[in-house]
Each structure stands twice: as C-alpha cells, then as structure tokens.
Design a protein. Structure first.
Length: 400
C-alpha cells in the first residue's frame, strides 16, 4: 500500500475509545496519506506500506496533536496593571465594575489594526505550538461592536494562514456590556443578535459563545442570543457558573451546547443535564489559579454522571495569561485532582469533542487528520507531572 510517510518504533497513546485507558499500543506504527491517517496500530498488524519517508521514532511516544479548545488569543494590549491591583487585594468583580477587566481590553482591541492583532496573537500561538498544539479555538469578545468583532474574527482566521495549525473561531459578542450601552442592556443584546447574520454569511465563526454571570449577561438574555444563533445553524458554547450559580450549565445543555466552560459553581442538576445533552465540561485551571479561586469545579459530579471533561488554557489578558497546555494539565491534576488519563484525554479526544470535531481530530484513528505530537518520555504521566519542562520531540500537522 502506497503512503506518504510512516512513523515506526513508537508507543502510541491512540485515545481510541474502543481501547481501554489511553488506548496504548506498544511497538506501534502510523502511516499517513494526503494529510490523513491511513493506519494507526500495532506494527505487526500493519499492511505492507511503500512510503516516501520512513521515520524511526526510536521508542518515543506519539499522542494525537494537542488541542486547546478555549482561548481568547486575539486581543489588544495587556492587563499587567490589574494583576498588580489584585495583588493589592482588589477582586475580579471590583476591577470590572471600576472600568477595568474586559472593557479595558475592549478599548485596546478597538484601537488596534487587524494586522496588529494578528501579530500579537501569533506570539502567543507560537508558545502553544511549541508544546505540540495542532488545533486551537479562538474567541472574539474584546471588540464589542460589529466592526471590532468582525475584525477580531478575521484576525483569528488569519492565524491559520500564518502558522501550520487548525483554527476554530467562536463569536463571543455577549462577553461584556460596552460603555456605550451601559444604560440599555436590551439594546446591546439586540446588537449582538444583529451581528449574527453577517458573521454566519461570511463564515467567520464556527460557534457562538456568551458569558453567563452577574457581571455579564443573564440567562434570559443569553437564551435570546442562542436562539438566534441556532436558527442560523451555528452551534453554541457557554461561559457558565464561574463566579456564581446562575444555572448556566443547565442552560447550555438545554440548547445542546458543544461545551459549557469554567463551571466552578455548577450543581448536580447542571452536571446531569450536560451529560444527557452530550455537552462537554471544559475546565480552566489557569483561571482558578490566577484569580486565586477557592471553589473548584465539581469533577466528582461530572464523573458520576459521565459528563465528558476537557481542559484548556483559557489564554486571555485578564484572568488566565497562560500559553502552556502542558502546565494546564499539571494544574488540572494538582488543583482539580484529575487523573493522568483524564488530563491527556482532556487536551486531545475530549477537547475535540468540545469543538464538535471529534470526527476529524483528537484520536489516532484511520481517516482522521494526521496531527501528531511525538514525545521524548518514558511514560505519559511525565506530560502531566513535570512543571516548566517541554519534552516535545516533533510536531506533525496534517502529515507534515
């Protein structure tokens, strides 16, 4: 059988759900053709491949390419000064209500050109790619006007042309209330809904997100946005239950959301609703760490009900300026008591599920995109256990 490239002499963590645990295959082989996996499994069972290139992995481990399924990578400026305020005792809510937070970044994002937004985001993206990330989700939400949101989504799409990476974009217009609408919340919700047709027609967003919280938007307001999004065929995601329990998890599940994210205050009813709907719980330990949150997501409830769990960096300027998915895994294990298998599945298979892309990425299976991370490790636990150490040997995106 003819193929473009073969990797042999590796131990595979396939994440194939048909195999137990991480789907480990000793003495494994992967063959790629036209950017897709032609075979992934035991070398002894592989067809006789004729390849243009054969790569001996010399006993290294191969996992699916990592997936960061929740980021705010495109934004202007930074919020280091707010970090100093937090160190002095100010809370996230106090800073937001005083004109800082998301609104501060909104001003810098509106002022930046599209090229400037791309240039600054590429630097953050490069740090993630260096750790084996092959797919990334990027949200808008710092423009908060039609022109600035479109600009941000175009910049996010441009990252896929600037670097060898798959980019999924999410429209997060309902992220915060911009100052010009401070006296008319309903009018801004109307404005967000009015942005949707142009965004959908231009193909700039793969999903629609919102921030369900007392300092952001109420469930009834978000329901209006989600109803308009689903009418246009756009799937939804939700920042839910981060600072309080407004039953955002249940709301997300009622719309069949791809994911609900944060979830520190989610109750059992919400966890069960998510499991029933197939909505992925995307946990963001970087935000818990950075804002010194003491309330942790109910991982035991998610396990009890079979709610899929993913992990992501939540890379953003205010509450998680994190550009390391490896460190995210360590935080998930240390702060949330997730297992090694849960952490690795959370940045591969379950992250793909959270993006609605499990049919194409997230596991090492024939037919899927040949996105690989090759590691200089003796066992997968090293990827979760180490702090500040990157054992990536090679990154492969679409077979190259």
């Amino acid at each position: 059988m003819r193929c473009d490239r073969v990797w042999r002499g590796a131990t595979l963590a396939t994440l194939d759900p048909a195999r137990p645990g991480l789907g480990v295959v000793e003495d494994g082989l992967i063959a790629a053709s036209d950017g897709r996996i032609a075979y992934a499994g035991p070398a002894l069972d592989a067809p006789a491949f004729e390849a243009d290139e054969v790569i001996d992995c010399e006993g290294r481990w191969i996992t699916p390419g990592l997936i960061d399924c929740h980021t705010h990578l495109v934004f202007g400026g930074n919020r280091a000064h707010e970090f100093e305020l937090r160190l002095a005792g100010a809370s996230y809510e106090e800073i937001a209500r005083a004109g800082g937070g998301i609104v501060s970044t909104m001003k810098a994002t509106r002022e930046a050109s599209e090229a400037e937004l791309v240039a600054s985001a590429v630097r953050r993206l490069d740090a993630l790619l260096a750790e084996g990330v092959t797919t990334i989700e990027v949200k808008s939400g710092y423009g908060l006007s039609q022109a600035a949101e479109l600009k941000s989504l175009r910049a996010a799409r441009a990252l896929g042309a600037a670097r060898p990476v798959s980019v999924t974009t999410t429209f997060l217009g309902a992220h915060a209330l911009p100052p010009e609408f401070r006296n008319d919340r309903g009018a801004y919700v109307d404005a967000v809904i009015a942005m949707l047709p142009e965004i959908a027609e231009a193909g700039l967003a793969d999903a629609v997100d919102a921030f369900c919280e007392g300092i952001a938007f109420q469930p009834d307001e978000i329901a209006r946005v989600f109803a308009a999004a689903t009418a246009l065929g756009l799937p939804v995601k939700l920042h839910a239950d981060q600072l309080s329990n407004l039953h955002g998890a249940k709301l997300a599940a009622s719309f069949g959301a791809l994911s609900a994210d944060h979830l520190e205050h989610t109750d059992e009813e919400g966890a069960a609703a998510m499991a029933k709907a197939g909505t992925v719980a995307v946990l963001l330990p970087g935000a818990c760490y950075f804002i010194r949150e003491t309330k942790m997501p109910p991982v035991e409830l998610f396990r009890k009900h079979g709610t899929p769990i993913a992990l992501a960096t939540d890379c953003n300027p205010g509450t998680s300026p994190l550009t390391s998915l490896l460190l995210t895994m360590n935080m998930g294990a240390t702060l949330f008591r997730m297992t090694v298998d849960e952490c690795l599945a959370g940045v591969t298979r379950e992250a793909a599920r959270a993006l609605g892309r499990l049919d194409d990425i997230g596991t090492l299976e024939a037919g899927k995109s040949c996105d690989l991370a090759i590691w200089d490790i003796e066992r997968p636990a090293e990827l979760v256990y180490r702090i500040g150490f990157n054992p990536l040997y090679a990154r492969v995106w679409r077979g190259k």
